[in-house]
Design a protein around this ligand. Structure first.
Ligand SMILES: Cc1cc2nc3c(=O)[nH]c(=O)nc-3n(C[C@H](O)[C@H](O)[C@H](O)COP(=O)(O)OP(=O)(O)OC[C@H]3O[C@@H](n4cnc5c(N)ncnc54)[C@H](O)[C@@H]3O)c2cc1C
Length: 208
């Protein structure tokens, strides 16, 4: 017999729902409440790893998740196109990183990089994939309906930077890491006074 008989779970996200199911399985009467009027999927289920999958199996929904998911045997980074029908991903299944594009509807896929590549991103209009090949940035046009990929053209130099996004005008956002490596540390013993000194007195117009 459980020590408690009724439980109110607030929030029907993954954690609340899983807790409610497990409690109910152990004979507890559960009320699960949610403030939002509908269930939103944003931010959950993009990639699910071993611990989450084991939990889904315990909850009895693993088969349904597996049937609706896409599993990969290789390590990969994936990016869906803007309308969520194609997936660009990098995979090391051929012994080096390459970029592939896969159609989610039927699982058909094709290779995008001809000489190795990684870190794919979609252009905002969904027409092309930009990826890194060595120190170059390449762009390959993808025909979504036929899943054909045009030969990639060089659009810039990445050096050792990582492409992390593409602006609407086509410019590629590069993460160059830390430019000036900080080698000194500052220790402030009276940090509260120090912050007050640096920030100055609060504005009289600030809400209190
Ligand atoms: C952009 C993004 C991408 C992510 N990608 C991944 C991913 O690829 N893989 C992965 O495993 N995880 C991913 N996550 C993390 C994942 O979404 C969270 O870890 C997970 O959803 C947390 O679940 P939760 O139940 O703890 O919280 P939540 O899902 O936030 O659920 C909390 C619920 O409580 C409700 N609530 C809040 N206050 C009240 C109240 N007062 N009364 C009633 N209801 C209330 C909320 O409306 C919400 O529905 C991502 C998150 C984000 C934001």
């Amino acid at each position: 017999m459980p020590a408690v008989h009724t439980v109110l779970v607030v929030g029907s996200g993954l954690a609340g729902t899983a807790a409610a199911i497990h409690l109910a399985d152990h004979g507890v009467t559960v009320d699960l409440i949610e403030i939002k009027p509908d269930i939103a999927a944003i931010g959950s289920g993009i990639t699910l790893q071993g611990n989450a999958l084991r939990e889904l199996r315990k909850l009895g929904v693993w088969e349904a998740v597996q049937a609706n998911g896409y599993s990969y045997d290789s390590l990969g980074l994936r990016a869906p196109n803007p309308d969520g029908t194609l997936l660009a991903y990098q995979s090391d299944e051929a012994g080096r990183w390459d970029v592939y594009v896969q159609r989610l509807a039927d699982g058909r896929r094709t290779i995008v990089s001809t000489n190795g590549g990684d870190l794919p991103s979609w252009t905002p209009d969904g027409s092309s994939i930009v990826f890194r090949a060595g120190s170059s940035l390449l762009r390959a046009q993808v025909q979504a309906d036929t899943l054909t990929v045009r030969a990639a053209e060089r659009v810039g130099e990445a050096g050792t930077a990582r492409p992390i996004g593409i602006a609407p005008d086509g410019r590629v956002l590069l993460d160059r890491g830390s430019v000036d490596e900080q080698t000194t540390a500052v220790i402030a013993l009276n940090w509260e006074q120090e912050i007050r000194r640096l920030l100055g007195p609060p504005s009289a117009r600030m809400p209190r």
